[in-house]
Design a protein around this ligand. Structure first.
Ligand code: G3D
Ligand code: MG
Length: 226
């Protein structure tokens, strides 16, 4: 999950993983990076265990921590707030630049999400403008509301579907080369990554990296996320 502070990244993940939990729960500002796992179903009916990394927008965390995760990520949801033009501008000025610098963008599935669609009266970013951005960067757009729940599940399922398709294609290629099939595209990632296509795993595992713990970031950095 990438995007400026306050656009609703944490609320979107919370709505997905705990649909019954109200918006203003006790996760004020995300510190560094936190993760949740969630079983999701692709359009083709496959079950995928997604590991979702929720980033904090603060500059000092972004500079130090994010590059490690960008390199491991299989997919990214870029979030802006439809009532905040600045948060949309940050996508091209900041977040896309960071992604291009640090992520293996060819392999990365990307989805643009305009959040807070329930606040239509305060809209500052038109859908047309967002569609243009999507055309430029080759991604799709969904408008969501973490408050009402509108399109939240659809967004995560869309991204995970793209990640899953890429993993299957890579697996088929691998199979052609070696004669052995392996769907898991997260080789080297401890515990599997967001593209892990196993149907096992529990819902709701979650954790937070202790930024003060020596080596904490490095060990968690072995997992990958979106
Ligand atoms: P972030 O993780 O991107 O920093 P948060 O953003 O999830 O912490 O959300 C920032 C604020 O926006 C929160 O309000 C949250 O309740 C609100 N918010 C998130 N999504 C929506 C939405 O879809 N609609 C509306 N109306 N509000 C939303 P507070 O008041 O706690 O700062
Ligand atoms: Mg947050």
């Amino acid at each position: 999950m990438l995007g400026d502070s306050g656009v609703g990244k944490t609320s979107l993940v919370a709505r997905l993983t705990n649909p019954e939990r109200p918006l203003n729960h006790d996760i004020s500002a995300t510190m560094g990076i936190e993760f949740d796992t969630q079983m999701l179903t692709t359009a083709s009916g496959d079950k995928v265990k997604a590991q979702i990394w929720d980033t904090a927008g603060q500059e000092r965390f972004a500079r130090v921590l994010l590059p490690t995760y960008f390199r491991k990520a299989k997919g990214v949801i870029l979030v802006y707030d439809i009532t905040n033009a600045k948060s949309f501008e940050s996508l091209s000025e900041r977040w896309m630049a960071q992604l291009n610098d640090h992520a293996s963008t060819d392999d990365l599935a990307k989805l643009l999400v305009g959040n807070k669609s329930d606040l239509e009266a305060s809209r500052e970013v038109t859908k047309d403008k967002a569609e243009l951005f999507c055309q430029e960067y080759g991604m799709e757009l969904l408008e969501t509301s973490a408050k009402s729940g509108d399109n939240v599940l659809a967004s995560f399922e869309k991204l995970i579907g793209m990640v899953h398709d890429k993993a299957l294609k890579a697996s088929k290629l691998q199979q052609q080369k070696t004669g052995i099939g392996a769907i898991n595209s997260s080789a080297g990632g401890a515990g599997g990554g967001p593209s892990s296509t196993t149907a096992s795993g529990s819902r709701g595992d979650s954790g937070a990296i202790n930024l003060d713990a020596p080596g904490g970031g490095a060990s968690q950095g072995e997992a990958c996320g979106c």
